[in-house]
Design a protein around this ligand. Sequence first.
Ligand code: MG
Length: 161
Amino acid sequence: MRVGLGHDTHRLGEGRPLILGGVSIPHDRGLIGHSDADVVLHAVSDALLGAAALGDIGEHYPDTDPQWKGVDSARLLSEVVGLVARAGWSPVNCDLTIHAQSPKLLSFKPAIKASVARLLGLDEGAVNIKAKTGEHVGPIGRAEAIGCDAVILIEQNKVLT
Ligand code: MG
């Protein structure tokens, strides 16, 4: 077994959709980035790469490459799952903390959980979503940004062993 840690933060801005964990969330602002700026799936992707000792998403999918402009992060995570599987590993469980002052994420947690579980090929019981505000301090607390921390456990791929 191996464990991996991922983190991401993106700025909030007007005229962008808000997508968290592959789920579109109604909000007056969205996250700014080269891709769809889905902090949740970026943190999950990095945690997975970290667990398999395969670097980070910036190395594999550089934001200077036009190929990844506006890319659906669900596609990016699917690519990472494939990369990690070819290295001989499968996800076991995933624990996430999303840091957002607004919008309130409570009612979106089940959809985010289902989406992350589907992308990782896990049962929903193996994925946990926590949401924290920034207590009105710092860039997250002032609702200038949204962040996410992810921890993933992987095990040696049973198909290959
Ligand atoms: Mg990112």
